[in-house]
Write a protein that binds this ligand. Structure first.
Ligand code: FMN
Length: 186
């Protein structure tokens, strides 16, 4: 899909993958999407992905993307060691690594809380920056103190800040998890 989007819509400058972790994750059971009564979409996908090794093989078959499109690979991990392993495993099949510090419906440690701590976000950013040679961006949650976290990540070497992930999680009984992150409020 990424390859086709790059080929057919050359105006797309950066294409970002779903977030990838070290190991395969099935994510949450359906239903994982619901329309919010106040507008927007709630989701509790749960970081489903095929894992670093399978993702590397798949990405190798589309990289580099046509039309000079920049392939950003989003990664997540619970520890610096895990994040570095995933980032190092994938850096040769992408143009840049995005650190997902902001998934609001993930379990503690898997992105949910990282992006609200300037110290933790900076430490993890530095660990990845020291380990890979491609540009590193940091995706943050929509919180009031986003400026503090973004500043700490920039000081730690982040090449770009991506704002923002979904808001929440908000309760919704239709979702299998009973809650989800809110997006698409434009
Ligand atoms: C179904 C779905 C899956 C998503 N998966 C990811 C993901 O794997 N990694 C990530 O960083 N953000 C993920 N997001 C968040 C979006 O990338 C985006 O940050 C969010 O929807 C807010 O932007 P928007 O309001 O413009 O949609 C997902 C959003 C949706 C709706």
């Amino acid at each position: 899909m990424l390859h086709r989007l790059a080929r057919e819509i050359p105006q797309l400058g950066i294409l970002t993958t779903k977030s990838i972790g070290l190991y395969e994750r099935k994510g949450n059971n359906e239903p994982i999407l619901a329309r919010s009564p106040e507008g927007g979409i709630l989701n509790c996908v749960g970081l489903s992905n095929p894992g670093e090794e399978a993702s590397r093989e798949e990405l190798a078959s589309i990289y580099p993307l046509p039309e000079g499109a920049f392939l950003m690979v989003s990664v997540f991990g619970a520890t610096a060691e895990e994040l570095v392993k995933v980032a190092q495993g994938l850096e040769r099949v992408c143009d840049g690594i995005e650190l997902n510090f902001s998934c609001p419906h993930a379990e503690a440690g898997l992105g949910a809380s990282i992006g609200s701590s300037p110290e933790l976000s900076a430490r993890l950013t530095r660990a990845v920056k020291d380990s890979v040679s491609v540009p590193v961006s940091v995706k943050l949650p929509p919180i009031d103190s986003i400026g503090d976290v973004a500043g700490a990540c920039a000081m730690a070497g982040a090449d770009a800040i991506v704002a923002v992930n979904t808001w929440g999680p908000l309760p919704d009984a239709r979702l299998s998890l009973g809650r989800g992150g809110l997006s698409d409020l434009h």
